[in-house]
Design a protein around this ligand. Structure first.
Ligand code: ADP
Length: 402
């Protein structure tokens, strides 16, 4: 059975076609600049030349048509006809308190996702557009929604409530939701499979570190706390996002710089994090490291801050769970920066974390255990694969055969 995984953004749409018999990726690609001129299409398929071209892509329906045409193209395609696509799995950012698990999409689900647009205004409307475009272009093919927030719905109120007047929760559902749920779920489960562990007995901290970064405490397979919150802005500093700051600082800047809520939002989401702290050097962690090596002290500061924050989360989530069996590093930075993993684990011997520095370097960009044999807490690199998890959920929900 072949599952098409769709991640629809405001002006882009990414996709992967996965053959679930062996979970191999038959093709993956993207449509960029949808609704803007000079759209770009790109598809990569093993054993075939990359297929790229530019064309105006009017809307998401047009983008899905390009995807279907490319997948079935005589020259560049990987399937004979669209009927080979048994189901579509969609990444949906926000499921609010309505969705704790993936669901088969019907009119009621679409309505509920629509109701969550208020909570995820930058993503949910586009996710919905992607769903509608697939309905239009592939009528009758079952579609499944997989939510970024779903895995975190097991958090208890003491973890997800803010110390604000209760009426704001009642009125606006203002609370911690958490994001990157598919990644935290995927890597925690994968580690237990690789290690022969029963997930229902283990306490795991998952560090998803990329352009966006979040950490989760996964106790017996269930998320009990996570660093991103009402929006993906909270928690760790990121490429361009500030992460947690004293709320008064936000009010202070608005007042003294005369910024509107939208302008302040822009500062917090697009001008802060690595980019802001390094005084505009870069939002990219690799470039930040290069700048620091060249002697840029603000880039150096941003690196130190990020790693210090990660270490503090590891300590606090071990305390929250009352113990710890493993720490997982994943995401572009978590999987590829041995230096970062080294610094984040340094000095944590008192809580049973001992990194094997040679293994940490040897397994960089790979997968495996990077703690010493004697380390009470295991440390692992586990590459994330959110698309595969979406495809697996989709297969399970539509009840298809592999
Ligand atoms: P996204 O959150 O957009 O999915 P990724 O998970 O792909 O992002 O992570 C992108 C980040 O990973 C970038 O900041 C990039 O610099 C960083 N990265 C990739 N390779 C390395 C490396 N070798 N060392 C440090 N950072 C790296």
């Amino acid at each position: 059975m072949k599952v098409l995984v769709i991640n629809a953004g405001s002006s882009s749409l990414k996709y992967q076609l996965i053959d679930m018999t062996d979970e191999s990726v038959l093709a993956k690609g993207s449509c960029e600049r949808i609704g803007i001129d000079n759209g770009a299409f790109k598809q990569k398929a093993p054993g075939k030349e990359d297929y790229t071209f530019t064309t105006d892509i009017a809307n998401h329906s047009a983008a899905i048509k390009l995807v279907v045409d490319a997948l079935t193209s005589k020259e560049h395609g990987v399937i004979g006809s669209m009927s080979e696509i048994a189901a579509v799995g969609h990444r949906v950012l926000h499921g609010g308190e309505k969705f704790s698990a993936s669901v088969l999409i019907d009119d009621k689900v679409i309505e509920a996702i629509e109701e969550c647009c208020e909570l995820g205004p930058l993503h949910n409307p586009h996710n919905l557009t992607g769903i509608r475009a697939c309905e239009e272009m592939m009528p009758g093919v079952p579609q499944v929604a997989v939510f970024d927030t779903g895995f975190h719905q097991t958090m208890p109120p003491k973890a997800y409530m803010f110390g604000l007047p209760y009426k704001y929760y009642e009125k606006y559902r203002l609370r911690k939701y958490g994001f990157h749920g598919t990644s935290h779920r995927f890597v925690s489960k994968k580690l237990c499979e690789l290690n022969g562990w029963d997930i229902s007995t283990k306490k795991i901290i998952t560090c998803h570190l990329g352009n966006g970064s979040s950490i989760a405490a996964v106790d017996c397979g269930k998320c009990v706390d996570t660093s991103m919150s009402f929006t993906p802005l909270d928690g760790l500093m990121m490429g361009t996002r500030s992460g947690a700051v004293d709320p008064s600082v936000v009010l202070y800047i608005m007042k003294h710089e005369g910024l509107s809520p939208d302008e302040m939002n822009d500062v917090l989401n697009k001008k802060s994090g690595f980019l802001g702290t390094s005084d505009g050097v870069t939002s990219d962690s690799r470039d930040l490291i290069a700048a620091a090596e060249d002697g840029n002290s603000k880039a150096e500061l941003a690196i130190r801050m990020f790693r210090y924050q990660i270490k503090k989360y590891i300590g606090s989530y071990a305390a929250a769970m009352g113990g710890l069996d493993a720490v997982i590093f994943t995401g572009g930075i978590g999987e590829n920066s041995d230096d970062l993993r080294d610094e984040c684990c340094e000095g944590l011997g008192f809580m049973g974390i001992e990194l094997d520095r040679a293994k940490n370097t040897e397994l960089n960009h790979g997968e495996g255990k990077i703690s010493t044999e004697g380390s009470r807490v295991e440390v692992w690199i586990v590459p994330t694969n959110e698309e595969l998890l979406i495809a697996r959920d989709t297969l399970e929900i539509v009840g298809g055969q592999k």
